[in-house]
Design a binder for this molecule. Structure first.
Ligand code: TYM
Length: 338
């Protein structure tokens, strides 16, 4: 974090571009809940990121509530952490423009997520999709966040945020104005893979319904998806090294370990030598046990959009109280008149 002396702060966000899934839960939200007691935390629903690909406006509104309700249902306490939607705090967009002028084309050209999302037809991708990671850097740095809990897929974006912070500090001779934010990635669950393909990450945008376990799935759906999950004909190995070259088995064992708070080795101590006919029902039972209280609370909260709107509004006011003065200072540093 270089010589930055400011308060320890967390910022993270999730896109309202689809349902909340097990990967988001294990890679991100579960960490949000733990960290709220150690840091000053800002958790946003990144609706401006979501529109980098087409979103139906009515669905976007519903999904923004859904992500906010998921934060709350999983245990984020809005009296401790600020929960808000990104578009409600204008400072994100203002800083993003300034960062667009700090970041270099070469840096953005290296971002693999753009290549994955734009696919072959990159001429037709939105400009927003291209400059997406610059807005992400603004999300983080507008709070001078020092730590960012994310899944492994966000590593490259976090490196870019550090580069932008460092270049801003250097170019404007503003030593340690921005911290160099540290990603918090480690831990089981940082990379949950698709249930249909152990080489692909579990993703909201997967065309196969069965690839993903959503927080809104009921127990029958969860059990069916796990039953159908791709596996292999071998029994589970008794040691973690035996999972090498068996991505689907490794993923299912990893999910079990992450949810039970143990390690792959411990799971295999119990299930090594067993086939998937035994392991999958045990996994389904564990997933249902851990997710069903969250899903029930999620459903209850989603039925109360008035409460969600109020919570988001209060969170946005708290967030803006921190972000607005930072942007004001940045404008002065850059040379804009008041
Ligand atoms: P998004 O919406 O794709 O995912 C939200 C969070 O969930 C994590 N995640 C996963 N973790 C483990 N296994 C998976 N299969 C999996 N899929 C997703 C992601 O790593 C992320 O932590 N660019 C971000 C949103 C964002 C953001 C930010 C994050 C915008 N601004 C500022 C942190 C800080 C994204 O697309 O996340």
């Amino acid at each position: 974090m270089s010589g930055y002396q400011g308060p320890l702060r967390i910022l993270s966000g999730i896109q309202p571009s689809g349902g909340m899934h097990l990967g988001n839960y294990l890679g991100a939200i579960r960490k949000f809940v733990e960290l709220q007691h150690q840091y000053e935390c800002y958790y946003c629903v990144v609706d401006m990121h979501a529109i980098t690909v087409w979103q139906d406006p009515a669905k976007l509104r519903a999904q923004t509530f859904h992500i906010a309700a998921s934060y709350l249902a999983a245990g984020v306490d809005p009296n401790i952490a600020a929960i808000f939607h990104q578009s409600a705090v204008g400072a994100h967009a203002e800083l993003a423009w300034i960062f667009n002028c700090v970041a270099r084309l070469g840096w953005i050209d290296r971002m693999t997520q753009f290549k994955d999302k734009a696919g072959k037809d990159k001429e037709r991708a939105s400009v927003g999709l291209y400059t997406y990671p610059v807005l992400q850097a603004a999300d983080i740095l507008v709070y001078k966040a020092t730590h960012v809990p994310v899944g492994e897929d966000q590593k490259q974006h976090l490196e870019l945020s550090r580069d932008i912070a460092g270049k801003f500090n250097h170019d404007f001779d503003a030593e340690d104005f921005f911290p160099l934010p540290e990603p918090l990635i480690k831990g089981p669950g940082a990379r949950i893979m698709s249930l249909r393909d152990g080489a692909k990450k579990m993703s909201k945008s997967d065309p196969s319904e069965n690839a993903c376990i959503f927080l809104s799935d009921d127990s029958d759906v969860i059990a069916r998806k796990i039953k159908k999950a791709k596996s292999d004909p071998e029994p589970l190995p008794s040691e973690a090294a035996g999972l090498e070259g068996r991505p689907e088995a490794a993923n299912l064992v990893g999910i079990y370990a992450a949810l039970s708070g143990s390690s792959d080795a411990e799971v295999l101590k119990e299930y090594g030598g067993q086939g998937f006919g035994v392991f999958k029902p045990a996994l389904a039972e564990l997933v249902v046990e851990k997710l069903s209280p969250i899903s029930a609370e999620l459903r209850r909260l989603e039925a109360d959009p008035g409460f969600l709107q109020k919570t988001l509004g209060e969170g946005a006011a708290r967030a803006a109280a921190v972000a607005d003065p930072v942007v004001k200072e940045v404008k002065e540093i850059v040379g804009f008149l008041p």
